[in-house]
Design a protein around this ligand. Structure first.
Ligand SMILES: Cc1cc2nc3c(=O)[nH]c(=O)nc-3n(C[C@H](O)[C@H](O)[C@H](O)COP(=O)(O)OP(=O)(O)OC[C@H]3O[C@@H](n4cnc5c(N)ncnc54)[C@H](O)[C@@H]3O)c2cc1C
Ligand code: SF4
Ligand code: SF4
Ligand code: SF4
Length: 393
């Protein structure tokens, strides 16, 4: 245990680096995920799901990032959590280095209620019609975000729509495994680190598992999001909240806030909404999102889905203002499912990969403002609006 104390001190002082030799040494000693440095921890929750004695919990630190805590009295030092952690163990995938890229539209009624071109719904419907389960991110009644599983098309609305804050995966990977063990088809959707986490947790391939990872800018702090809701609207005044709406056209910079008094607000980046500024300016990005190997190609999911922001540069007709999904088909399973959904989609057109990568994040590194840490400290100490006043104006 002495080594863990030394590591925690070095981590707190920001002096701790984990190189391969050190990691191998720690793995032999059956160390726990306590040794994973914050810049490598995505908060994916693999460690919590994999622990055989439930000794790991994910707790928010003062800045609103989920980090693992190990209950030392419970821990049996099996080393499984560290050995499966995607922050230090690379997931084996059969994803291609040069996947095919497509522009996809679901039917218009689906696109209207989806963030991008509705690719997620096309995949989900395919699984649900085979008596499968679909897992993804949903709001709780308190407007927090967590991963859940659904079994019917009536419940699909819960998972639709991008939620630009980290989703708590809870024990969802165990639920995925239960469904797979029962022989049910499963779609798991999430950020690439979460897909990698699921693969590491399962430890083997399941033919009936389909994974869709999102093109991922990164996730902002849960504390910052919560304080924004509380300080700008008052949480109890909100009927429903959406991080994106198509009511004002196709973009990712307009929120929709329905209030209990009957009003609907559309705060936007153009009108300097502070949360839009925080998200798009990367002021509250998780440390692990700043340099993230999962954002790169080859990807973690069988398919990758996102917004096809650069599509007009290739062919203006592929952007009708209602939402176009960019879809990367990363392996054979992805290719097969794209063929299967063909009859449901309004448009599926292959495009050059280079065009798909333009105007989007497919690189590991994303720059963040110099004041990121000061902004977070101010928000934690004196509130979101005070942090905005000091650092975002
Ligand atoms: C934090 C975040 C950052 C993103 N960054 C980019 C980007 O930089 N470029 C880009 O092109 N696209 C990005 N996306 C993806 C994009 O916003 C859409 O979610 C995606 O294109 C799916 O749209 P759709 O129309 O197919 O499906 P929708 O029906 O809108 O489905 C939304 C899908 O996203 C999943 N999801 C929603 N919120 C979360 C969350 N917090 N964590 C994990 N999964 C979630 C749901 O489970 C569902 O599968 C991001 C999404 C998130 C959540
Ligand atoms: S990256 Fe995931 S598995 Fe690794 S320590 Fe963080 S939450 Fe746990
Ligand atoms: S070492 Fe084993 S018992 Fe201890 S926290 Fe990790 S998975 Fe759980
Ligand atoms: S940027 Fe990387 S670490 Fe951050 S949420 Fe996306 S995939 Fe996970």
């Amino acid at each position: 245990m002495k080594i863990l104390h030394i590591l925690s001190r070095l981590k707190a002082e920001g002096k701790y680096k984990l190189d391969t030799a050190r990691l191998q040494q720690l793995q032999k000693r059956k160390a726990t995920v306590e040794v994973v440095p914050e810049h490598r921890c995505s908060g994916c929750g693999c460690c919590k799901n994999v622990c055989p004695v439930d000794a790991v919990t994910l707790e928010e630190n003062e800045f609103g990032y989920l980090l693992p805590q190990v209950e030392r009295e419970k821990c049996i030092r099996c080393g499984l959590c560290l050995n499966r952690c995607p922050g230090v163990k690379k997931t084996i995938t059969d994803s291609q280095e040069l996947p095919k890229a497509y522009a996809v539209w679901a039917q218009d009624q689906v696109r209207k209620v989806s963030s991008s071109g509705g690719m997620f719904t096309l995949l989900a419907q395919r699984i649900l019609e085979q008596n499968g389960m679909v897992f993804g991110a949903a709001f709780t009644k308190d407007l927090e975000v967590e991963h859940i599983g659904i079994e019917t098309e009536e419940e699909l609305y819960k998972l639709r729509g991008a939620k630009y804050v980290q989703s708590d995966t809870g024990l969802v990977y165990r639920k995925v495994k239960e469904a797979l063990t029962a022989g049910r088809p499963v779609l798991f959707s999430g950020c690439p680190c979460q897909v990698s986490s699921l693969r590491n947790f399962l430890g083997k391939e399941y033919p009936q598992l389909l994974t869709a990872d999102l093109v991922c800018h990164g996730v902002p702090s849960r504390m910052v999001y919560r304080k924004y809701l509380e300080e700008v609207y008052g949480k109890d005044t909100i009927e429903s909240f959406s991080f994106r709406t198509k009511e004002k056209g196709y973009s990712c910079t307009v929120l929709e806030v329905k209030l209990k008094d009957g009003r609907t607000l559309y705060p936007s980046l153009k009108d300097n909404d502070p949360y839009e500024k925080v998200f798009h300016g990367s002021y509250a990005l998780r440390k692990a999102c700043i340099n993230c190997k999962f954002a790169e190609i080859p990807r973690q999911g069988d398919v990758t889905i996102g917004d096809y922001w650069g599509v007009s540069l290739y062919d203006e007709k592929l952007n009708d203002g209602k939402g176009t999904s960019v879809v990367l088909v990363n392996n054979k399973k992805g290719e097969q499912v794209l063929n299967e959904i063909g009859h449901e989609a309004k448009l599926i057109q292959e495009t050059p990969l280079e065009v798909a990568k333009r105007k989007n994040r497919f690189g590991a590194y994303v720059p963040v403002p110099k004041v990121r840490e000061e902004f977070l400290a101010e928000a934690a100490e004196n509130g979101f609006l005070e942090a905005e006043r000091k650092f975002l104006k």
